[in-house]
Design a protein around this ligand. Sequence first.
Ligand code: NAP
Length: 160
Amino acid sequence: MKTILITGSSSGYGLETARYFLSKGWNVIATMRKPREDLLPRSPLLRVLPLDVTDDKSIEAAIAAAGPIDVLVNNAGLGVVGAFEATPMPHIRKVFETNTFGVMAMCQAVLGHHRQRNLQCDPRSFPAGRRIYRQQAGHRRFHRFAGARTRALRHPGQAG
Ligand SMILES: NC(=O)c1ccc[n+]([C@@H]2O[C@H](COP(=O)([O-])OP(=O)(O)OC[C@H]3O[C@@H](n4cnc5c(N)ncnc54)[C@H](OP(=O)(O)O)[C@@H]3O)[C@@H](O)[C@H]2O)c1
């Protein structure tokens, strides 16, 4: 059975993704900044590991502890909701550290092995909706960037 590593599994989509793949019989590595064993059903298929995607040492330790990974889900992220001009720059920087550089760091950590095994990296970019919401201007910038990066990872020889 394949192994999936999910970042930001303590809540929301990450937690539900971990729950879903466990129910389908996958080996699930649910990673969290503050690991909690009580969030998901007890299972021999489940491992909960500490991981902060903005911390290189944390990434290194998690990848080493995880072993071979078939699927990486870059779910960990911070949202930006509110008027762009009212969003403090420190928060915007934190969003990019997590949602952009954190994703890049995770991809770098697993991509070499994945390419050898012809596997993919999913930056979880949500590039779908075309409407630009003024309240989400900072977030949209991230999504556009993530969409371009997704294309570049899938087709490394082509321009994004
Ligand atoms: N919900 C939406 O409508 C929506 C729309 C578009 C995109 N997204 C994206 O989808 C993803 C999940 O969203 P959600 O709604 O499920 O949010 P959520 O419930 O707030 O979950 C975010 C997860 O990311 C984790 N996280 C934050 N910073 C981290 C870091 N530095 N290292 C590791 N984990 C970190 C959080 O962990 P802690 O518990 O430690 O804080 C939490 O587990 C996010 O990337 C979000 O930007 C969501």
